[in-house]
Design a protein. Structure first.
Length: 235
């Protein structure tokens, strides 16, 4: 079994618990009761066979989960730091202007004067709001909280987000000396937030001078994107 062709992350294995194969999972979805219900199946990123949930219980801010296919702690070691995913076709379309975190990756970010500030490379949640990691523009990499103080137009479905660069205190970066090329790998766990990295959808309530708002990586003042992915809603 190869599993769904396209998947979205709903959890991240942060550690192990006990000797019976249980793992501690950081939840990357707004629907944990559904994604981690008894009998539900998830896929480990990059692996073809699914895992069947036989136990799930609250564990601090996350869940303690046990799978039928993982009999003991030794087997669970292979799950450490892996993403747990579901098929994108299992994820309902977000309502209104909401988008899932993985849908934000690649969206262009512009200033109110039309200057391109870069594109979204990743999404993560900081407190109650989603934060976009933006890079590739004149100002260099920066974090963009999805909140009304900074977002002027929230239209990620059209491929553009307009922000107040002055409020973000962005300034062009100085030219850097050229360095030898090196290979780097950057990962984005998309949550339906990302993001559900089900990427939980981020619902954006971004407004341009009290203009329209967006949900799911909701516009400013949003929450579930889940990189990487949850759903986001601007806050």
């Amino acid at each position: 079994m190869t599993g769904p062709a396209e998947r979205i992350a709903v959890g991240l294995v942060r550690g192990l618990h006990g000797l019976c194969g249980a793992v501690r999972v950081e939840v990357l979805t707004d629907r944990p009761d559904e994604r981690f219900a008894l009998g539900a199946r998830v896929w480990v990123a990059g692996r073809p066979a699914p895992l069947t949930i036989v136990e799930a219980a609250p564990d601090g801010r996350g869940l303690r989960v046990r799978f039928g296919e993982i009999p003991d702690r030794t087997a669970a070691e292979s799950l450490r730091d892996t993403l747990l995913e579901v098929g994108i076709d299992e994820v309902p379309a977000p309502e209104g202007d909401a988008v899932y975190w993985h849908e934000l990756v690649g969206v262009e970010v512009r200033g109110v004067d039309g200057t391109s500030l870069g594109t979204v490379r990743d999404v993560y949640r900081a407190g109650a709001a989603e934060t976009l990691v933006v890079d590739g523009g004149l100002v260099g990499p920066f974090d963009l909280p999805v909140v009304k103080d900074f977002i002027r137009t929230w239209t990620p479905r059209t491929g553009v987000i307009v922000v107040d660069a002055e409020a973000l205190d962005l300034a062009p970066r100085a030219p850097r000396r050229r360095r030898a090329h090196r290979e780097e790998v950057a990962g984005t766990g998309h949550e339906e937030g990302s993001a559900e990295g089900d990427a939980a959808p981020a619902e954006a309530a971004a407004e341009a001078d009290a203009g329209p708002s967006a949900d799911a990586a909701t516009g400013p003042d949003a929450t579930d994107a889940d990189p990487v992915g949850g759903e986001a809603r601007p806050g």
